[in-house]
Every structure is written in C-alpha cells, then in structure tokens.
Design a binder for this molecule. Structure first.
Ligand code: SF4
Length: 368
C-alpha cells in the first residue's frame, strides 16, 4: 500500500524522504505542495524528475482522489466525487458566490440517519471521516481555485471572489457531523488556524443531535449552526426524520436557540418543501401547507433565525414530488408576514445533481 504523505507529520515526512536517499529540504518542498492540494507529484516542478517518478511509485499526495468532477452550466458550482484510501466515496462541492468561495464538506462516508428525502443515507453509514480527510476536501477545492499558481496577487488582482481562496465552509455534505463531533471540531480548528477561515464563515448543519449541539456550545467557537428541521410537528417530522423519535422538536430547538444565544449568531433553519403524488397522480403538499407554515411561525417567533426554504430536488428512489413556484412562495409569504426572516435557497448546480448524495449514489449504482 502506498504511503499517504499528507498523513505524515513533519518529522515522519523528513524520515520518509531521507529513506529515499534525498536531502531533508525536499520534505519542506513537498509539504508546501501538499498544503496547496497538489493531487499528484507531476505538479511538483521544483523536485527532480527521478524523485517525482519514485514518489509516484511509493506514495500518494492526499488521503483522497478525484473520481469525477462535474461543472454546472453557469460555471459557478463544481461538484467532486472523491474516493478515500479504502475505496469509500464521498462528495464535496465548491460554490463560487459573490461573497466568496464556499466548500460543502462531507463528514462521514454515508449516513445512518435515514432521512426519507435524502440520497446520502440510502447506502447506510460506512464510517466517520478523519480530520485529514475533511481537511483534504478543502485542499481539493483550493487546488481547483488556484492550481499551482503561488502568488495570490496573480489570481485576484481585482478582488474577484471567483478566484482566490476558499473563504467559507459548510459542513453539510454527506453524513451527520454531530455523529463525528470530535473530528469535525478538530477539522474546523485546523481550517481556522491553517487556512485562516474565520469562525463566522463556518456553518455546521445537523439533523438535530442534541448532545452534539450542546458539545458545540461548550466548544465555544462562534460558528453558525443550521438545523435541518423540515417539519413543524413531531408527528410529521418523525415520519420523515427517524432521529426525531430520539430527540423531539422542542428539545432540538431549545438546544439550538441556546447555541445561538450564547454566540449571538443567527440560527439557520433548513426546511425542504416537499410534495407528494396522490392516487390521481396529482401533486399535493406534504409539509408545505398554510397550516404547516403557521406552526413553523409559532416555533420560531421571537428568535433570531433565518429560514432557508429549499424546493425539493428530486431523487429517483424517493417518492416525493417537487412543488410549484407558487406553492413555495405562498409558504414563504406566511413566514415573512409573521416577521420570520426567510429566503428561498435554490439548489446550486441542480444540473449536476448537487443535492446531497446523488452523485455518490449514481456512481455506486453504475458500478453494479
Ligand atoms: S439529510 Fe443529512 S442527516 Fe439526514 S440522511 Fe441525509 S446526510 Fe444524513
């Protein structure tokens, strides 16, 4: 098995390089390339060619490699299907926005949570990701943005946010981050310390693991917390999110409000608007009636929240239906009229299946 150089600490890397009969300073050169996300040794132009060839035989750069890369038609979203060293696959998405470059990071290979509208959970949970595997997703995105160009000034002379560095992280890809809290915290500490990504530009999204939310609160960093709520009553939420049988709606929201109060951060509420087909094949509202909107208002009134309404992006294996724009706006209007900050979040890169887990699932099916 090849050695993954990114997983070695500095003295281990030096030792590895010296065992190849190379001087120690080569280790420093390699480390710089690794920290910029070089996907293979051919890019490491300041190393002699015979060393690059040797490294190619005995080592890998990062603990993951790109299997597929899809670009949205507007060129603003790049989705990566990545393979980990043990063959597990995860997804990672780079979104170029007007406010910066945001990376949606996976925290687990697969997911055990079983949310009924989600593709990521259909193959179950394989395992937690390590700190390095999460950090390497940022480096893949960073390399996509900057490649082997060293000088930032060469890249965004006009302050163009579409180039430059990763500036925002959302831990919202495959997996439930608060089932892997220790590694997620380790990863975020590193992203903040090494890539200088400010806490306020980091968002962790959970389906509602109450002890994990409390742990984040105790950790004390002023990140953003997002709760995948998706239903305004326990009865409905338990139907689509099995975790609600363990942690009820009010428990989840109380822990989340406590987090946002402690850190003085606006709480994000994620709400996927779902339809269903009735027996005549017509689409009916599933969690998106006026009554549901009013119940949601009752839950959130007087709290500092932003509701992200997400029109459902269809997943073949799931029997929900997309709603019309009118239905989505009607729901939004009720929230806004009641003073709840709300926006409609169109899935970025819908043309490349950027909804969580779709690409990974498709690849697993194609392999069969
Ligand atoms: S929505 Fe999130 S928590 Fe739920 S199954 Fe999908 S990845 Fe897991």
């Amino acid at each position: 098995m090849k050695t993954i150089l990114f997983n070695l600490n500095d003295s281990e890397l030096e030792q590895f390089i010296q065992e190849l009969g190379q001087p120690r300073f080569r280790a420093k050169q390699i480390r710089e390339w690794l920290n910029r996300g070089a996907p293979d040794f051919s890019h490491m132009k300041n190393l002699p060619e015979d060393l690059r060839n040797k490294l190619n035989e005995v080592a890998e750069t990062l603990p993951l490699k790109i299997v597929k890369k899809l670009e949205s038609s507007d060129n603003q979203t790049t989705k990566f299907l990545l393979e980990l060293n043990d063959g597990e696959q995860i997804e990672c998405v780079l979104m170029r926005t007007t406010y910066g470059n945001s990376v949606c990071v996976s925290s687990q290979a697969g997911c055990a949570m079983g949310c009924r509208f989600c593709a990521s959970t259909l193959l179950g949970l394989k395992r937690n990701l390590t700190v390095n595997e999460m950090f390497a997703q940022l480096l893949v995105a960073q390399w996509e943005l900057r490649g082997d160009r060293l000088d930032k000034k060469d890249i965004h002379p006009n302050g163009d946010a579409n180039n430059g560095d990763v500036s925002h992280i959302v831990v919202m890809g495959t997996g439930e981050p608060l089932q892997n809290t220790e590694n997620v915290i380790g990863f975020l500490e590193r992203a903040n310390g090494e890539l200088n990504i400010s806490w306020r530009r980091i968002t962790v999204s959970t389906c509602g693991i109450v002890p994990g939310i409390n742990e984040l609160n105790k950790w004390g960093r002023p990140i953003n917390l997002a709760i995948s709520l998706h239903a305004p009553t326990d009865e409905l939420r338990s139907q689509i999110m099995p975790i609600n049988n363990k942690y009820k709606l009010h428990e989840v929201l109380d822990a989340a409000f406590a987090f946002s109060d402690t850190h003085n951060r606006q709480l994000m509420i994620e709400y996927i608007l779902l339809g269903k087909k009735d027996e005549n094949g017509d689409t009916v509202l599933y969690n998106a009636t006026n009554e549901h909107a009013e119940k949601l208002v009752e839950l959130l009134r007087d709290h500092n929240v932003m509701v992200n309404l997400i029109p459902w992006n269809s997943v073949d294996e799931r029997d929900f239906a997309s709603l019309s724009g009118n239905a989505v706006h009607r729901f939004q209007d009720i929230l806004i009229k009641n003073g709840i900050h709300t926006r409609i979040r169109r899935e970025r890169g819908a043309d490349i299946g950027s909804a969580c887990g779709q690409l990974r699932l498709k690849n697993a099916r194609d392999k069969k």
